[in-house]
Design a binder for this molecule. Structure first.
Ligand SMILES: *[C@@H]1O[C@H](CO)[C@@H](O)[C@H](O)[C@H]1NC(C)=O
Ligand SMILES: *[C@@H]1O[C@H](CO)[C@@H](O)[C@H](O)[C@H]1NC(C)=O
Ligand SMILES: *[C@@H]1O[C@H](CO)[C@@H](O)[C@H](O)[C@H]1NC(C)=O
Length: 441
C-alpha cells in the first residue's frame, strides 16, 4: 500500500512536471517531433529548420514590401518632377514673351547684348539655375541607388548565414531583381528626362538669346541708321557761316564713271557768288568735279579741272533745284535750273573717265583731297537732296524732280541721313515740303 502511494505521488510529480513543460511551449508553436529512443529527452533539440525559414521569409517579405514602397515613392517623385519640367518650360516661354514685350516697349536698356544682361533680367520666379533642380534629382536618385545596394548586400549576407531553402532564395532573388530592374528603369528614365530638360533649357535659352540679339541689332541699326527725320531723305544740310572749316561730307565715294547727273536743292544766303555747293577731289586731282560760283564770276562746272560756264542764277536767297549732266563722249554737258535746261555744251574734259576713290565735300572747295578749304569759296546757306547718278538723266526726269511730282534717289550717291557727316558746326534739319520749296523759288 505504501509502495502504491509513493508510486502514485511520483507519477503525480512527474505529470505536473510535464504540464509545466507543455505550458512553456504553448504560445510559440507546438511542434510534434519524433525523439529517437536512445536520445535523452532532456538534451536540447537542434534548431528547427522549418521555424527558421519561416522567420527569414517574413523578413524578406518585409524587405520586398519596403522596396515596393520605395518604387511607389520613386514613381511619385518622377510624376512631381515631370510637373516641375512642364512648369519650367511654361515659365521659360512666359519669360521669353515678357522679355520680348519689354523690348517692344523699349524699356529694355538700349545697348549691349542680351547675353551680357540676361543675368540681371527678371526671370519671374523661375529657379535661378535649372542645374540646381537637376542636381537635386541626381542626389535623390543616388540616394535610392545606395539604399537598394545596401538592401541587396544585407539580403545576401542573411541568405548565406541563414539556413533556408534555395527555392525561397531563388524566388526572392528574382523578385528583387525584378524590382531592381523597375527601379533602374525609372532611374534611367529620370536621367534621360534630366538630360532632355537640360538640353531643352539650353536650346531654349540659346534660341531666346539669338532672337533677342537679332532684335537688338535691328533696333540699334534702326536707331543709328534711320534718322530722326520723317524719312531718311527728308533733311537738309545747314551751312550758316562763311568759314574754311564748316562742311558736310558724303561717306561714300564715287566709282569710275563715264557719265553723270548731279542734282540738288540749294538756298544760298550769300552774295555775290554762292561759293561751292560741292566738290569732288581725287588723289592727284583736287578738282575732279566741282560746282562753284566765285565772286562775280558765273557759275562753273569743273571736270578734271576743265571749266564750263553755266548760265544759272540761284543767288536770290530762295530754294532752287539745280542739275548738271556730263558724259565723257565729246565732253557733252547740260545745266538745269528748276527743271528747265538753261545751257549745254561740248568739250568739257572729253573722253576723260571720272576717277574713283575721292572725297565728296558739301559746301567747300578742296585744294587737296578732303581739305585745305578756302573761306572765300565756301557755300553759305542750305543744301538738300544731293543725288548722283552714273548716267545722263532725261529732261523729263529732271523736270519731275524739280516740280515735286517725283523723287528719285541717286543710284551712285543717294541722299540719306546716315550717308552725310557734318563738321565744324554744320547741322542737319528737317526739310520743308517739296511744294514749299517750289513756291519759295
Ligand atoms: C539581415 O539580418 C540582420 C540581423 O541578422 C537584420 O538586422 C537585417 O534586417 C536582415 N536584413 C534583411 C534584408 O533581412
Ligand atoms: C543632350 O545633349 C547631349 C550633348 O549634346 C547629348 O549627348 C544627349 O544625347 C542629349 N540628350 C537628349 C535627351 O537629347
Ligand atoms: C512735272 O513734270 C513732269 C515731267 O515733265 C510732268 O509730266 C508733270 O505734269 C509735271 N507736274 C507738274 C505739277 O507740273
Amino acid at each position: 500500500m505504501l509502495v502504491f502511494v509513493v508510486g502514485l505521488l511520483y507519477f503525480y510529480a512527474l505529470g505536473s512536471g510535464r504540464i509545466v513543460r507543455s505550458n512553456d511551449i504553448k504560445g510559440t508553436r507546438f511542434v510534434c517531433s519524433a525523439i529517437p529512443k536512445n536520445v535523452d529527452p532532456n538534451c536540447p533539440l537542434p534548431p528547427n529548420p522549418v521555424q527558421s525559414t519561416s522567420a527569414q521569409e517574413d523578413e524578406l517579405r518585409g524587405t520586398v514590401m519596403q522596396l515596393r514602397e520605395t518604387v511607389l515613392q520613386q514613381r511619385e517623385t518622377i510624376v512631381n518632377q515631370q510637373g516641375t519640367i512642364k512648369e519650367l518650360t511654361s515659365k521659360l516661354s512666359r519669360c521669353e514673351t515678357a522679355a520680348l514685350d519689354s523690348l517692344h516697349d523699349r524699356k529694355y536698356p538700349g545697348q549691349g547684348s542680351w547675353s551680357q544682361d540676361h543675368g540681371k533680367n527678371t526671370m519671374g520666379d523661375l529657379p535661378r539655375d535649372p542645374a540646381e533642380t537637376i542636381d537635386h534629382l541626381g542626389k535623390t536618385m543616388q540616394g535610392l541607388k545606395d539604399r537598394l545596394g545596401n538592401l541587396e548586400q544585407q539580403i545576401q549576407v542573411n541568405a548565406s548565414t541563414a539556413a533556408h531553402s534555395s527555392e525561397m532564395r531563388e524566388l526572392l532573388k528574382s523578385r528583387l531583381s525584378e524590382l531592381e530592374k523597375q527601379l533602374l528603369g525609372k532611374v534611367s528614365e529620370l536621367e534621360e528626362e534630366k538630360s532632355q530638360l537640360y538640353n531643352e533649357t539650353a536650346a531654349h535659352r540659346h534660341r531666346t538669346e539669338s532672337t533677342l540679339n537679332q532684335l537688338l541689332e535691328r533696333i540699334t541699326e534702326l536707331e543709328k541708321g534711320t534718322s530722326k527725320f520723317k524719312s531718311p531723305e527728308e533733311f537738309k544740310l545747314s551751312l550758316p557761316l562763311r568759314t574754311n572749316y564748316l562742311y558736310g561730307r558724303i561717306k561714300k565715294s564715287l566709282p569710275e564713271m563715264y557719265a553723270f547727273t548731279i542734282c540738288m536743292w540749294l538756298k544760298s544766303s550769300s552774295s555775290p557768288g554762292i561759293g561751292t555747293p560741292f566738290s569732288y577731289g581725287v588723289p592727284g586731282q583736287a578738282n575732279e568735279i566741282v560746282l562753284i560760283e566765285w565772286g562775280t564770276n558765273p557759275m562753273e562746272l569743273l571736270v578734271n579741272d576743265k571749266v564750263a560756264q553755266l548760265p544759272l542764277s540761284v543767288g536770290d536767297g530762295h530754294w532752287h533745284h539745280v542739275c548738271v549732266t556730263w558724259t565723257t563722249r565729246d565732253g557733252y554737258w547740260e545745266a538745269y535750273q528748276d527743271g528747265e535746261k538753261l545751257g549745254s555744251g561740248e568739250n568739257l574734259a572729253p573722253w576723260h573717265p571720272i576717277k574713283p576713290g575721292g572725297a565728296i565735300i558739301l559746301g567747300q572747295e578742296q585744294d587737296i583731297v578732303g581739305g585745305r578749304f578756302d573761306a572765300t569759296q565756301a557755300f553759305v546757306g542750305e543744301l538738300s537732296q544731293f543725288n548722283v547718278w552714273d548716267r545722263v538723266l532725261r529732261p523729263a526726269d529732271i523736270e519731275s524732280l524739280a516740280n515735286c511730282s517725283s523723287y528719285m534717289p541717286g543710284n551712285v550717291v543717294p541722299w540719306v541721313d546716315n550717308n552725310v557727316e557734318v563738321f565744324g558746326g554744320a547741322t542737319k534739319w528737317a526739310l520743308e515740303m517739296c511744294e514749299d520749296r517750289l513756291y519759295d523759288s
